[in-house]
Design a protein around this ligand. Structure first.
Ligand code: ATP
Ligand code: ATP
Ligand code: CA
Length: 218
């Protein structure tokens, strides 16, 4: 049995979260104030309901307290997003994830107990910047202000050498979490596993260390 999700606010972000969760086999309740938008999600959710997400009585009547996760993606105005977050946290939903418009919105959501705050444009923008910054970096995930995980393409310089020979951890303080070659993924690679040009290395470490590895190590 899959988990139960409520997706509230079905703009571009919310509707895609909804469709994807539903495709993954979960029970998804889709909620939006706009009837036309709700109509479009009818066949991509378990239930699609027209409702004002700031109306506590309606949210209660929809049985929201029983959901494992609620994802709030109301953009336009910050106030309904904040109000809805408050109501759902008060109802006792364990995981309330909210899309934030800007830094102030983010701060308020943090204060009122949102469990995860997403700023898609900011986060995606940063990821893309890192991909543009380096031709070697093909993906980038920020773990914290200091640490990240990147995917880098192995260059000729480190081709035909083992992880011990390249000595990523000792020389650069970074850990190679996985090596992707064609369709195969080698997770937790061993010291004597070889790297070949074109392999994709999934590397975790301090941002400065990753930068050093990328510039000097390969
Ligand atoms: P995206 O960028 O993902 O398209 P957005 O951040 O621009 O979204 P909007 O399109 O403004 O956000 O809002 C997302 C949805 O939230 C809209 O479909 C809108 O109808 C819905 N919405 C706004 N206020 C409420 C509310 N009080 N209750 C329910 N839904 C609401
Ligand atoms: P250490 O105490 O450094 O782990 P060790 O003798 O236990 O040393 P290994 O950890 O097995 O040796 O590997 C030796 C070296 O190979 C490490 O110091 C590191 O530089 C490199 N290495 C091995 N595996 C990885 C990996 N997955 N990612 C990055 N570097 C690796
Ligand atoms: Ca928008």
């Amino acid at each position: 049995m899959g988990k139960q999700f409520a997706v509230i606010g079905l703009g571009r972000f919310g509707s895609n979260v909804c469709k994807e969760l539903y495709q993954l086999g979960h029970e998804v309740l889709a909620i939006d104030a706009n009837e036309n938008i709700v109509d479009r999600l009818k066949h991509h959710s378990s239930h699609a309901v027209v409702a004002n997400a700031t109306d506590e009585a309606i949210l209660k009547s929809l049985g929201l307290r029983n959901f494992d996760y609620a994802i709030i993606a109301i953009g336009e105005h910050i106030q309904p997003s904040i109000l809805c977050t408050l109501i759902l946290k008060e109802m006792g939903i364990k995981q309330v994830w909210v899309k934030a418009q800007n830094t102030q919105h983010h701060k308020v959501l943090e204060k009122i107990g949102a469990d995860r705050i997403i700023q898609p444009e900011k986060e995606m923008g940063m990821r893309i910047a890192h991909q543009l910054d380096s031709e070697k970096i093909i993906d980038y995930i920020e773990l914290s202000k200091e640490y990240s995980i990147v995917e880098v393409v192995a260059t000729a310089k480190i081709s035909n050498r083992t992880l011990v020979e390249v000595d990523v951890r000792k020389r650069f303080g970074c850990t190679v979490l996985a090596v992707k070659r064609d369709e195969q993924v080698n997770i937790s690679p061993l010291p004597n596993d070889f790297i070949y040009e074109g392999d994709i290395l999934v590397v975790m470490g301090h941002k400065n260390d990753i930068k050093r590895f990328e510039n000097k190590g390969m």
